[in-house]
Design a protein around this ligand. Structure first.
Ligand code: DC
Length: 233
C-alpha cells in the first residue's frame, strides 16, 4: 500500500492514548515519514531541566526562550531496537524524555508561546520532504489546518494511565499507578485549558475513541478512512 500523492495526516488527542503507536504503524504500512511532536516538547523540557531553569517548582520562561537557539532536535531510526529515536543536540535522549520527571514538567513548557512557535516552524519544515503522519495536540488545528486527514484520538483517563504505567514498568522504570493517573488527568487539564493552541478536536477531524479497540481494530479504521478518501492505493 502506498500514498497516492504527497499527503499529510494529523493525529491529535489526549496523552497516552496510543497516538504514536498508531501513527508509526500507519507510516510503516504506507511508506511515509512519522514525526512525534510530543518528543520535541519533551526534549525542550529536558534541556531546560538540565540547565536548571525548569523543575517541579520553577520555570524561568525568559531564560528558556532565550536559549531556544541552542537546541537542535532530530530523529533517527534505530535498526537494532526497531524504533524511532530522538536526539537532543546529537545525544540519544529517547529514554530520558519519557521519564515521569519530564512528563511532570512538559505541560508547562509546552504552554510557552515562543516554544510553540519554534516547534511549529520545525514541524512544518518536516513535511517539506514528503508525506508525513504527525502526532501531537495541535497538528490539525494549528500546524497543518490543511491536512488531508485529521484524526482526534481519545480513551478514558484510566485506560490511558494503565497503558502508560505498563509502558514504564516494561522499561524497568519505577512507577505507581495512582501517580501516573494523576499525571494523565493533570496533563489533560493543562493541555486543554492553556491559552496558546489548547488541545481541541478540529471541526473536520474524525474521532477515534480506542478505549475498547485493539491495536489492529483501530489501525483498520484508519486505513479504511485513508482508502475512502483515495489517499492510499
Ligand atoms: O504526546 P506526549 O505525551 O509525548 O506529549 C508530551 C507533552 O507535550 C504533552 O503534555 C503536551 C505537549 N504537546 C503539545 O503541547 N503539543 C504537541 N503538538 C505535542 C505535545
Amino acid at each position: 500500500m502506498k500514498a497516492t500523492k504527497k499527503i499529510i495526516i494529523a493525529v491529535d488527542g489526549h496523552s497516552s492514548c496510543g497516538k504514536s503507536t498508531l501513527s508509526k504503524e500507519v507510516a510503516k504500512k504506507i511508506g511515509i515519514g512519522y514525526v512525534d511532536t510530543g518528543a520535541m516538547y519533551r526534549s525542550v523540557t529536558l534541556y531546560g531541566m538540565r540547565k536548571g531553569i525548569v523543575s517541579d517548582d520553577e520555570l524561568r520562561t525568559e531564560e528558556l526562550v532565550s536559549r531556544l537557539g541552542e537546541i537542535s532536535i532530530s530523529f533517527k531510526f534505530d535498526q537494532e531496537k526497531g524504533r524511532n529515536t530522538t536526539y537532543l543536540n546529537g545525544e540519544n535522549v529517547e529514554d530520558e524524555i519519557r521519564t515521569i520527571e519530564v512528563s511532570r514538567n512538559v505541560s508547562k513548557v509546552s504552554a510557552i508561546k515562543e516554544v510553540r512557535a519554534k516547534l511549529t516552524d520545525w514541524q512544518r519544515h518536516a513535511a517539506d520532504e514528503g508525506s508525513v503522519i504527525m502526532d501531537g495536540r495541535d497538528i490539525g488545528t494549528v500546524v497543518f489546518p490543511q491536512a488531508d486527514l485529521k484524526i482526534f484520538m481519545t480513551a478514558t483517563a484510566e485506560v490511558r494511565a494503565q497503558r502508560r504505567y505498563d509502558e514504564l514498568i516494561g522499561k524497568g522504570e519505577q512507577a505507581n499507578y495512582e501517580e501516573v493517573l494523576a499525571n494523565v488527568k493533570e496533563r489533560d487539564e493543562i493541555d486543554s485549558t492553556r491559552e496558546v493552541s489548547p488541545l481541541r478536536k478540529a471541526d473536520d477531524a474524525l474521532l477515534l475513541d480506542n478505549s475498547n479497540l485493539s491495536r489492529e481494530e483501530q489501525y483498520d479504521v484508519v486505513i479504511g478512512w485513508l482508502k475512502e478518501r483515495n489517499l492510499v492505493e
